[in-house]
Design a protein around this ligand. Sequence first.
Ligand SMILES: NC(=O)c1ccc[n+]([C@@H]2O[C@H](COP(=O)([O-])OP(=O)(O)OC[C@H]3O[C@@H](n4cnc5c(N)ncnc54)[C@H](O)[C@@H]3O)[C@@H](O)[C@H]2O)c1
Length: 358
Amino acid sequence: MKLLVTGGAGFIGSAVVRLAVARGYEVVNLDALTYAACLENVAEAAESPNYAFEQADIRDRAALDRIFATHKPDAVMHLAAESHVDRSIDGPGDFIETNITGTYQMLEAARSYWTQAGKPESFRFHHISTDEVFGSLGAEGQFTEDTPYDPRSPYSASKAASDHLVRAWAETYGLPVVLTNCSNNYGPYHFPEKLIPVVILNALAGKELPIYGDGSNIRDWLYVEDHADALLTVLEKGKLGRSYNIGGENERTNLELVQTLCGILDRLRPKTPSSNGEGVGHNAPSYADQITFVTDRPGHDARYAIDPTRMREELGWRPSVTVEEGLEKTVQWYLDNEDWWRALQDRKGVGTRLGVKA
Ligand SMILES: NC(=O)c1ccc[n+]([C@@H]2O[C@H](COP(=O)([O-])OP(=O)(O)OC[C@H]3O[C@@H](n4cnc5c(N)ncnc54)[C@H](O)[C@@H]3O)[C@@H](O)[C@H]2O)c1
């Protein structure tokens, strides 16, 4: 089976590419290589004869038509997007253009290719989206696939719009689609502007560990390699036209998450007592001492949580990694892969506070 994966040089797309190639799929990775991309992420897959790369922008219809005609994929896994909420607050235009117009161009290119191929029922357009389209939860409840959409940031609104377009192309033109809406991912190759890598890398650099607001916002964390496995499961076994919520079953407040990361770092890379004698003797110094509370993100959603029943009962899928195991593997990965993250720290906006303009 040949997959056309968009955004395959990004964080989640590259996990999909690595896993799919390892499982014997043929993979064409289509990516514009924006600031968020890194071809290093797919270096191991790029060795395989089953892998091809196409640098292209999903808004460029002519390029998309050429890529479909050249590679003749059996399925599309559409992950290419602008993905950082804070950047969407500072500059929503790119999110509208890539996430909405780009998805429209992908749908039209896929529809044209699929129509010319005789509309095979086996074709799939798998749209990868976020649980943020459902808005913000209070202390109770979880998002199901039937939760009404209520996006609250330019990022989540643009992803909600793209979800609507995909469903419309299925209803109107019969394009065979599946959709997934997933909770927050973390793991290896996470771009160093997102919360977990920021905390690990600031901790190691002796910098403040910024927590937005009071740190009480709750997210449901999923290890990225579990997400990639879930996506291939939905592609293979998901019912046509259906959407699936994918979660980690791991709700944590941001403060709890950062404290857990500090505890792991304290074990794996203990801080040395400072030269002024602080931390010598009774209490060893902890990275948690670097935690700092900063101005909250405007419109910061309080809580996201996924009801995983459909994935579990229809497709027999559940995450394999607990948040404790996943965070430990992630911290170890950043400790072992300094060359990877150092090279990305020079990119525009990385290491600065974004998304406070509103
Ligand atoms: N990160 C999360 O926690 C999370 C959770 C749920 C869903 N998602 C969704 O999963 C997908 C991937 O997220 P990610 O975190 O890997 O994002 P990412 O920002 O790490 O990667 C996005 C990739 O898309 C590429 N891209 C951006 N604009 C493009 C364009 N116009 N044309 C072609 N390529 C372009 C980038 O170069 C990059 O390689 C997104 O659709 C996102 O909405 C992410």
